[in-house]
Design a protein around this ligand. Structure first.
Ligand code: NAP
Length: 303
């Protein structure tokens, strides 16, 4: 039977992915929304989160699609009210607040799921399996997209806690931390901050193990969400954010990119089995980059 779920923060990703994924799922029934301005046709809409929590005892699960900075307060209130919580990526503005939420969820006996949608791209699990017994010689991330196209007018991405180019970059890092067969840590980071902004618009990172990454939000024309891995026994390429897997030049998988339906299926499983899944490893690398990064000022950015 479908479980009632409440979607909080009816913005770009809620409309693009969460609403259609819930609508297409037999596991879930979108029973309420909470947003200061957004609504979904035919679904009871609240503007006050606490009111929804008080009035809707029938809703045991809350999915938070807010930007990372406001998300913690909502998650903490939901857990305190005995609700299971699903978090958009990145799961918080700081590592410690996500740890705190994990402890709260455990104490309350509810599910907390820190989603990383890119890990659900169709090529990622087979890439991990292929790499499991390989020796990596080098790897490279090329994550270059147009911020005006994917975050139109969203100034929060350039505010403290918005993470700048690491907002999409954390998708690449979620794949990297999933598929590499060895741990890596950051050695150097070059961060490019627009003169009028608080977060980087581009970054070049270099880890141990010959792993490097270029992240750029100023990309016009073709966008790239690619990861290549050279091993002693062949080469692996992930394209299209992980949906397409190529091994030694042969296309192995070309998925449709059905990441969000897979996240909601996983959440249904976690709730049904009384488990949580809390993983901040992609965020560790963002925090490390912002800790050791050399900062260069670049041209001011305006949407
Ligand atoms: P968004 O459209 O700017 O914001 C989502 C919603 O959050 C808005 O509807 C807004 O609702 C609410 N909100 C914003 N600031 C708030 C605040 N201070 N307090 C309470 N509510 C607030 O952002 P988005 O692009 O959907 O991104 C949200 C999350 O999804 C981010 O973590 C992002 O990394 C992730 N994500 C985004 C994309 C993408 O393509 N954009 C893709 C994958 C994942 P109201 O103003 O109506 O209350």
């Amino acid at each position: 039977m479908a479980r009632p779920i409440c979607l909080v923060g009816i913005g770009k990703i809620a409309v693009d992915q969460h609403v259609p994924s819930i609508a297409a799922s037999a596991d879930w029934d979108l029973a309420a929304t909470v947003s200061r301005s957004g609504t979904v046709d035919g679904v009871p809409a609240y503007t006050d989160f606490d009111r929804m929590l008080n009035e809707r005892g029938d809703i045991a699960v809350v999915s938070l699609c807010l930007p990372p900075v406001p998300r913690y307060d909502y998650a903490a209130r939901a857990i305190a009210a005995g609700r299971h919580v699903m978090l958009e990526k990145p799961p918080g503005a700081t590592l410690a607040e996500v740890d705190a939420l994990g402890a709260m969820a455990k104490a309350a006996g509810v599910t907390l799921y820190t989603t990383w949608h890119s890990r659900m791209a169709e090529g990622v699990a087979p890439a991990k399996a292929w790499l499991a017994d390989k020796v990596v010689k080098a790897a490279h991330i090329s994550w270059k997209e147009d911020v005006r196209r994917w975050h139109p007018g969203q100034d929060w991405v350039f505010e403290p806690g918005g993470m700048g180019v690491f907002d999409p970059g954390s998708n690449a890092l979620s794949i990297m931390t999933e598929i590499l067969p060895m741990p890596v840590h950051l050695r150097t980071a070059e961060l490019f901050f627009p003169a009028n902004r608080q977060t980087p618009i581009a970054a070049h990172l270099a880890w141990t193990g010959g792993v490097t990454g270029d992240f750029d939000w100023r990309q016009e024309g073709p966008q790239s969400w690619d990861i290549s891995v050279e091993t002693t026994a062949g080469r692996l390429d992930l394209h299209d954010g992980g949906a397409r897997l190529v091994i030694d030049g042969q296309e192995v998988i070309a998925g449709p990119g059905a990441e969000y339906p897979a996240l909601y299926a996983r959440m249904a499983d976690l709730v049904a089995t009384g488990q949580s899944q809390v993983d901040v490893s992609p965020m560790l690398h963002v925090a490390d980059a912002l800790t050791i990064g050399r900062r260069t000022e670049v041209e001011a950015f305006h949407f």
